[in-house]
Ligand binder design. Structure first.
Ligand code: PLP
Length: 407
């Protein structure tokens, strides 16, 4: 059976061009870039090139790029590295719909005496900028708001947020792991101070990321060790993966327009057809300000997990909520923060496309989805109650069950 991969916000296929660029660095070019000899030194040239490629993708200067092991590390480094630089400041501002790689850093800090403001979002997943302004305090060390939400694709006005923080002299970090490579980003025209990105969301392998650190921004290393990365991140550079990330940066630049036209059209067709063919179906998140590849759809009165299982039998890979929360039967913290009713949040499925998807992929989903939903609804007591005009059971209205994010 052909696999129809629609889970690109979880991870992407490593582009063959990227694999090809990496291969020599596992065989003949295995030197250490920090070595004095020319065998290692020649590798340094390739590191420098990758740094230029990644910088070019986000309109940065190469010296502003720090290679890390992943998006999670970049987020940790951005937050902790800023806090280390402002030891007297004990407050940070984040958002309730952040990825666990920011949200749980917030919880970790809170347990250690920091005050963490978690800004809420509205029904469309949007932040209230007046609430942001009001949350800034004398001892706010950092504002960290994601660029694009991984579950809904909703975009945040990060330049505007950075400008608001800057007015108060507060550094601004954005977790742009889902945005970079999908939409244009230009640090040369933006007030953003720190930005996280991750290789495996943009057709590089898993286990490589980068942190953009604007020149002049106060920062103390989070990964303490050798002098690598200009003394900003210790650890021997992962040369093959860094080269891969550099090549992937070029790859996504070359495909950015296609992502925003053909892929967006595929996503829109998928949504339109599913809504037309399946009753009680709704799209979660601001329909306009969204990543071009992401669709978060709720099929009311059923469980997202059962939908995923039946989609899996048809060779279709999708996700319910973020990759880190799947495995938990509680609805996602993102949809809950948006106030999506439990009856809809339980039955949410995230489809996330990439340039490797085709019309045939979307046709397949459109064909199999209506009978799948019908089959599950036939077995669903919640659907039967709804049709009989009865109120939803406490299971679907949340009861008093606490939500736990895993991983
Ligand atoms: N931030 C966001 C918004 C993400 O979607 C992810 C991955 O799902 C991460 C951070 C973590 O990135 P990584 O898997 O490279 O650690």
């Amino acid at each position: 059976m052909k696999t129809v991969y629609l889970d690109n916000n979880a991870t992407t296929r490593t582009a063959p061009e990227v694999v090809e660029a990496m291969l020599p660095f596992f065989s003949e070019l295995y030197g250490n870039a920090s070595s004095m000899h020319s065998f290692g030194g020649q590798v340094g040239k390739h590191l420098a090139r990758a740094r230029e490629q990644v910088a070019a993708l986000i309109g940065a200067h190469p010296a502003e790029i720090i290679f890390t092991s992943c998006g999670t590390e970049s987020n940790n480094a951005a937050i902790m590295g800023t806090l280390y630089s402002y030891p007297e400041k004990k407050h940070i501002v984040i958002c309730r719909v952040e990825h666990p790689a920011v949200l749980n850093v917030g919880h970790h800090l809170q347990a250690r005496g920091y005050r963490v403001t978690e800004l809420g979002v509205d029904r469309q997943g949007k932040l209230n900028l007046d609430e942001l302004r009001a949350s800034l305090k004398e001892d706010t060390a950092l504002v960290s708001i994601m660029a694009a939400n991984n579950e809904t694709g909703v975009l945040f006005p990060i330049d505007e947020i950075a400008a608001i923080a800057k007015e108060r002299g507060i550094p601004f970090h954005t977790d742009a792991v889902q945005a970079v490579g999908k939409i244009p980003m230009d640090m040369s025209r933006s007030p953003i101070d720190l930005l996280s990105l991750s290789g495996h969301k943009l057709h590089a392998p898993k286990g490589i990321g980068a942190l953009y650190l604007r020149k002049g921004t106060k920062f103390s290393p989070f990964m303490i060790g050798g002098h690598q990365e200009g003394g900003r991140r210790g650890g021997t550079e992962n040369v093959p993966y860094i080269v891969g990330l550099g090549r992937a940066a070029e790859f996504v630049t070359d495909h950015m327009e296609e992502e925003n036209t053909r892929v967006r059209a595929l996503r829109d067709r998928l949504e339109t057809e599913l809504i037309q063919r399946i009753p009680n179906t709704l799209i979660n998140g601001d329909p306009l300000n969204r990543l071009p590849n992401t669709s978060n759809i709720s099929f009311e009165y059923i469980e997202g997990e059962s939908i995923l299982m039946l989609l899996n039998e048809e060779g279709i890979c999708a996700s319910s909520g973020s990759a880190c929360t799947s495995g938990s039967l509680q609805p996602s913290h993102v949809l809950r923060a948006m106030g999506v009713p439990f009856t809809a949040a339980h039955g949410s499925v995230r489809f996330s496309l990439s340039i490797y998807n085709t019309d045939a992929d979307v046709d397949h989903v459109i064909k199999v989805m209506p009978p799948i939903i019908e089959r599950i609804r036939e077995m669903s007591p919640f659907w039967k109650d709804y049709q009989a005009g009865k109120p939803p059971s406490s299971f679907l209205t949340g009861g008093d069950v606490e939500h736990h994010v895993h991983g």
